[in-house]
Design a protein around this ligand. Structure first.
Ligand code: ZN
Length: 341
């Protein structure tokens, strides 16, 4: 089969021929139709310090996909050949305290497809049947291929009650933009998204009803007074990993405000903890998606009018994957989807 592989420890990915994966009794084999390129794949492409220290070579990359089940392991029940699906790319253990409590997303032994295990940038993917998420007809393959990052956005956004709240999202990458769409969908009042990348702010405004603010030259306080906000934002979703964005978020939150952190700072970063204490702020770190509650909510919202399609800005045949990665590396794209059919 065709597969997009990190074949050697240097910059780039290479299209290779790999054997079709053999499935175990509890697995399914999926024919991949569409895949999304993630920021994680860009780290692996660039072979930065994180990738070099984490990803064994050779490795088929990729974890955002939609496809069709073509083979079932002998123990698999409740799934069918020909069924369209996406799937959770975090492979979890079932022995930890958290797993046994049903909090699968908190299993400490989680391994990721396309990072620690052979991934989805291939014509066929082996996946435990447990991880498969069947797709309803209302969700096509293209949206199916971005459910993983949409799930990050949904998990982060639904961390706190949003109904009638004023929400600040820092970082207008694809996940920040999709989070804005979710926040709007579930009934927040004002939704403000900040960045210093104007292309991405413009994209945010095309995808959903959000107030884009370029903090490179716009004053957030003025925007807030323009919205007649008196005390500050009730909820903050930090999607940038940028220390100044977090500072600005804390500064502009109400007393007792709540923050969900998805953005990953590049290293240790200084935080003014006393201000967080005196403002009585709650902070929650967010990892992955709740398995499978996030998937359930996400699919239900997509079936009920949540529309994130415009966040997909580039579509390429997989043979043109270099152009797809080029679009990602430009820093101003939305989601980039590769077609394997
Ligand atoms: Zn991803």
């Amino acid at each position: 089969m065709k597969a997009l592989e990190k074949s050697k420890p240097e910059v780039g990915l290479w299209m290779t021929r790999a054997p079709v994966p053999k499935i175990g009794p509890d697995d399914v084999l999926i024919r991949v139709r569409k895949t999304g390129i993630c920021g994680t794949d860009i780290h692996i492409w660039n072979w930065d310090a994180w990738a070099a220290g984490t990803v064994p070579v050779p490795m088929i990359t990729g974890h955002e996909f939609a496809g069709e089940i073509v083979e079932l392991g002998r123990n698999v029940e409740g799934l069918e050949i020909g069924q369209r699906c996406s799937g959770e790319g975090h492979l979890i253990g079932k022995k930890s305290r958290q797993s046994r409590a049903g909090k699968f997303h908190l299993d400490p032994g989680t391994r990721g497809i396309g990072v620690n295990e052979q991934g989805a940038f291939a014509e066929f993917l082996r996946l435990p049947a447990f991880n498969v998420v069947p797709l309803p007809d209302a969700i096509d393959d293209e949206i199916g291929a971005i459910l993983d990052p949409l799930g990050n956005a949904v998990h982060t956004a639904l961390s706190f009650d949003l109904i009638g709240e004023d929400v600040l999202i820092t970082g207008a990458g694809p996940i920040g933009i999709m989070a804005a769409a979710v926040v709007r969908h579930v009934g927040a009042r004002h939704v403000v998204i900040t960045d210093i990348n104007q292309d991405r702010l413009d994209l945010a405004a095309r995808v959903t009803d959000v107030v884009p603010v370029n903090v490179g030259h716009q004053d957030l306080k003025e925007v807030m007074s323009g919205l007649k906000m008196k005390e500050g934002f009730d909820v903050g979703l930090e999607m940038s990993g940028n220390q100044r964005a977090l500072d600005q978020m804390v500064e502009n939150l109400v007393m007792g405000g709540r923050i969900a952190l998805l953005g990953i700072p590049p290293g240790k970063s200084p935080v003014d903890w006393s201000r967080i204490v005196f403002k009585a702020i709650t902070i929650k770190g967010v990892y992955g998606r709740e398995i499978f509650e996030t998937w359930y909510k996400m699919i239900a919202m997509l079936e009920n009018g949540l529309d994130v399609r415009k966040v997909i800005t580039h579509r390429f045949k997989v043979d043109d994957f270099r152009e797809g990665f080029g679009a990602m590396l430009s820093g101003s794209s939305g989601k980039v989807v590769l077609d394997w059919t």
